[in-house]
Design a protein around this ligand. Structure first.
Ligand SMILES: C[S@@+](CC[C@H](N)C(=O)[O-])C[C@H]1O[C@@H](n2cnc3c(N)ncnc32)[C@H](O)[C@@H]1O
Length: 351
């Protein structure tokens, strides 16, 4: 494998740090599953939606995770039966243990394996999943849930979440041109490169206070709605953003917003809300560009399914020009000045 070094910093020592977007790779460990257990906005929104929908119903939980959170919540809310599917074998074993220790083994069946390879003895009337990515569609929710809708669910199934979106805004990080990777996230980056067979320019999340780096209005750049009897709807959105101040666009921030339930309830916004499950993705432009207040920019996010058949590759265009090419795996390494600075040549000292 190509050798690589990366600029890294302890996150406590920097105003902003980067870390790799992980959900679209097999890079979860206990720290990540612990974050899903946090009693935050996501947790409350899913919990309320599951409690409202599950009573008396057959439920399928696609990607139940280590703690079978929503499968157990559905069973406690009186679901007739819950099928909890988990692709990762070790995680499925842990989910089985969680179900047994909750004493709900007679009401929850854990099915190890990918949902597309499962069949159920009866179709589910409620489908709950959190395969929402930092870019909402990045974990393959569209093909995975389209398959579940066709084969595992009833035509009038209740979908949790009901809608997931990716929002976008322009940002100016020119005052932070020394952006580095959080040292704590290096093992995850290694796991991602290993799973892809070598290094490539990864999708990067931004941690830090974003309020004063946004320099434009914001709008949803992809929006996926799940409704009864229809495949997930996702139209290509071309959005126009108004620049709010004289600044330099160094990049675009993309972040998820998730409506767990169709009937009102809370919409989780990973930029402004309290959630540890998602983080905004920083898309660095190939070359920063000065802008003035009142100017408009046009953005579009094109999505094609990668050669694994599940995870999307993305292209972001800015005013009609390709500004970011982000294949799920196997893309270029150090393709732009931003990534060459982040991944300095191997002989340079690390950090
Ligand atoms: C973000 S975690 C969510 C865990 C838990 N459901 C929650 O909401 O806290 C996503 C889980 O889905 C699993 N997964 C992803 N795609 C899957 C699929 N098609 N079939 C089964 N499991 C899947 C992953 O292995 C991971 O454990």
């Amino acid at each position: 494998m190509t050798s690589w070094t990366v600029r890294s910093v302890a996150s406590a020592d920097a105003r902003f740090v980067l870390f790799p977007s992980m959900g679209e790779y097999r890079a979860y460990d206990d720290h990540v599953y612990d974050a899903f257990d946090a009693a935050d906005d996501r947790h409350r929104a899913y919990r309320d939606a599951v409690r409202a929908a599950a009573h008396g119903k057959v439920v399928v939980d696609v990607g139940t995770g280590r703690d079978a959170l929503w499968a157990l919540e559905a069973a406690r809310a009186g679901a007739r039966h819950v099928y909890a599917i988990e692709a990762d074998a070790r995680t499925a074993e842990r989910a089985d243990e969680a179900v047994a220790s909750a004493g709900l083994g007679d009401r929850v069946t854990v099915l190890p394996g990918h949902s597309t390879e499962q069949t159920l003895p009866v179709r589910a009337e409620v489908c709950v999943s959190d395969i929402v990515g930092n870019i909402a569609t990045a974990e393959g929710a569209i093909p995975i849930l389209a398959d579940a809708g066709r084969r595992l669910c009833t035509p009038d199934c209740v979908w949790i979440p009901y809608r997931m979106q990716t929002w976008a805004a322009a940002v100016d990080l020119s005052a932070s041109d020394d952006l580095a990777l959080a040292g704590e996230s290096l093992p995850y980056l290694r796991a991602i490169f290993d799973s892809a067979g070598g290094p490539f320019d990864p999708r990067l999340c931004l941690a830090g206070p974003v309020d004063d780096v946004l320099i434009s209005s914001c709008a949803p750049i992809e929006s996926v709605t799940f409704s009864s009897g229809a495949p997930p709807q996702c139209d290509r959105e071309e959005i126009s953003l108004r620049i709010a101040a004289e600044a330099t666009i160094t990049g675009v921030l993309l972040w998820a917003r998730v409506a767990a339930s169709r009937r009102g309830g809370r919409e989780v916004d990973c930029l402004t809300g309290d959630t540890r499950a998602w983080a905004p993705v920083y898309v660095p432009l190939p070359s920063p560009r000065p802008v003035v207040r009142g100017e408009h920019i046009t953005l579009a996010l094109d999505r094609t399914t990668s050669d694994d058949g599940v995870h999307p590759d993305y292209d972001l265009t800015l005013d009609g020009d390709r500004a970011w090419h982000a294949p799920h795996h196997g893309g270029a390494f150090r393709a732009t000045p931003f990534y060459r600075r982040l991944f300095p040549p191997a002989e340079a000292p690390n950090g």
